[in-house]
Design a binder for this molecule. Structure first.
Ligand code: SAH
Length: 257
């Protein structure tokens, strides 16, 4: 496999985290889209418990916290992201109700039936969409919501190049109706699903990476692995630009029944 076809998952976790630490977001999304998804969630109060799983440095968590009541726990496997998350919460004076916690999404520290809303943008793929929906359900109260973004196909058929890329990177990628059916099967009412607009990938994700890539290459001059990581990121951005009619991120919102 040529280096530029190497999937992000094959790189050293520490290196990836170091690269993404400098960015406001670690996955496609935008404040507008976070708020649109939030508009489907009702009945949140100051007593509500919200968990943001795979929160990264908290770009979307802070938006949520500024527009929804309740206590928020951000969970991420990478301690440096959580340090930055807690710093961001303090900067916005949200530290009393927004807290970051280092832990893995496959071993969450929550009590059963204790959470009103589970949020996860660009992260559930780490455990797998179906597994995440099934395993996290027990933490939700009945009537509680889950809102996650997930890479999805927009069409039944697609060009071989992009099909092969995603099947290697994330074989669970599927069509929107298939994902909605998985949500229903896992015990949620599928409340809404909508496609993230293109600017979530460009303006909010790939464009800020251009400067970050130049800096990272300078910082690690001569490091072959870093060169490969950046080449892979650039390749992924080029593929998106070429094949964005066929795939994207979709917000899936479900209610536990
Ligand atoms: N929600 C953020 C980050 C998305 S990137 C945003 O949209 O900007 C995916 C995040 O999942 C990264 O922060 C990564 O560190 C985290 N992650 C990966 N594996 C994980 C695991 N097993 N448990 C918890 N977090 C994990």
């Amino acid at each position: 496999m040529s280096n530029e076809n190497k999937s992000i998952h094959e790189f050293d976790f520490q290196l990836i985290c170091d690269y993404f630490s400098s960015l406001e977001r670690q996955g496609p999304g935008s404040p507008e889209v976070t708020l649109k998804a939030l508009s489907f969630i009702d009945l949140l109060t100051d007593e509500s418990c919200i968990a943001d799983i795979g929160c990264g440095t908290g770009g979307q968590t802070m938006v949520l916290a500024q527009h929804a009541p309740g206590k928020m726990t951000g969970v991420d496997l990478f301690p440096h992201f959580i340090d930055l998350f807690n710093l961001n919460a303090r900067k916005l004076n949200l530290q009393d109700r927004v807290k970051g916690l280092v832990c893995s999404m496959d071993n969450l520290p929550f009590q059963s039936d204790s959470i009103d809303l589970i949020w996860s943008e660009g992260a559930i793929y780490n455990i797998g969409f179906e597994r995440g929906l099934n395993e996290w359900r027990k933490f939700l109260k009945t009537g509680g919501y889950i809102a996650v973004t997930e890479a999805s196909w927009f069409t039944e058929e697609r060009p071989a190049e992009i099909d092969a890329f995603w099947k290697d990177a994330y074989p669970e990628i599927d069509t929107i109706p298939a994902k909605v059916a998985q949500m229903q099967k896992a015990g949620y009412i599928p409340v809404a699903s909508f496609i993230l607009p293109e600017n979530c990938w460009t303006e909010h994700f790939y464009t800020p990476q251009v400067a970050a890539q130049a800096l990272f290459l300078t910082k690690h001059a001569g490091n072959k692995t870093v060169e490969e990581l950046i080449a892979a990121q650039r390749h992924e951005a080029q593929l998106y630009s070429k094949y964005k009619a066929y795939y994207g991120y979709v917000f899936y919102i479900g209610k536990k029944i």
